[in-house]
Write a protein that binds this ligand. Sequence first.
Ligand code: BTN
Length: 330
Amino acid sequence: MKTTRELLLEHLKRSAGSWISGEWLSRELEVSRAAVNKHVRHLQKMGYPIGTSTRKGYLLGGPIDLVLPEEIRDGLGTRIFGARDIVYLAETDSTNLRARDLAAGGAPEGTIVIAERQTAGRGRKGRSWFSPAGQGIYLSLILRPPVTPGEAAGITLMTGVAAAEALISVRSLDVTIRWPNDVLVNGRKIAGILTEISTEMDRIDHVVVGLGVNVNNCIEDLHPQIRETATSVFIETGEVLARAALVRAVLGHFEAYYGIFLRKGFQPFRQRWKELSGIVGCFKRVEMIGRTLEGVVVDIDAEGLLVLEDEQGRHHRIVSGDVSDGAPGE
Ligand code: BTN
């Protein structure tokens, strides 16, 4: 059952760009004109660009590209992620930090935190994630998986596949994955994933999966430090994409995959992950904290660890590191 505000928004969207009279809206919604006005003011506060005129009524200027809960839920097919609590923040330090605090306070699995802008967006290994207002997706999901911390490693890789498939489904992009968690187009990073696990003894209390996607940035919008190495959906396609549509695609793929992951682990995603990464058989350098290894990637194992064969033929199973192209014998 839709609320009056949701119905009002539907009317405004249907007539976006044209004025609708307050009197007509009050009749359609069966509420007073004062109530219509009150709901309009609320929608304006939420960020909807609605013009008001005592003579003409209300006008929704478009196009709307906010990641408001109402926009995400409009056509969302999930039952858990996004279907439960969506915590929307116009600005925050880091959605992963907000999600972590909510999870520590007992927020259930399926709660998501999304922001228009992050002032201290976090990447892996203490790096920052460039998060300008209104251009990207800054999203964190709270999970409470009944698996061991070791098994949870596969969640990051599974999320990479979900993000890649979501991008392919909305814009047919030629997406690849760089182990463990970078999503690339034409060799440039379009999305990144930061998974943070909170454990108690040997069990998981919660996992926060943070996803950042560059969506509508043009090249000049990208921070100079990443201009050579990053890209966005807009840069690749020349078209603006409604970010809420991509959020829905991400949540849809994520929820379906997470259900499979809980029953069968990372194994069902292994083949697709290998296809998207093209890494198996390649000579790579992997930089980890305190050491660097070089060799041929022989596999991604059933738990999502990278299996590297060094020049002596020894196999190393690596949980996390930075992968780059290496030249044999260098
Ligand atoms: C990386 O590639 O290093 C991971 C980047 C992850 C960025 C996302 S944006 C939403 C969430 N909140 C954060 O502070 N980081 C993640």
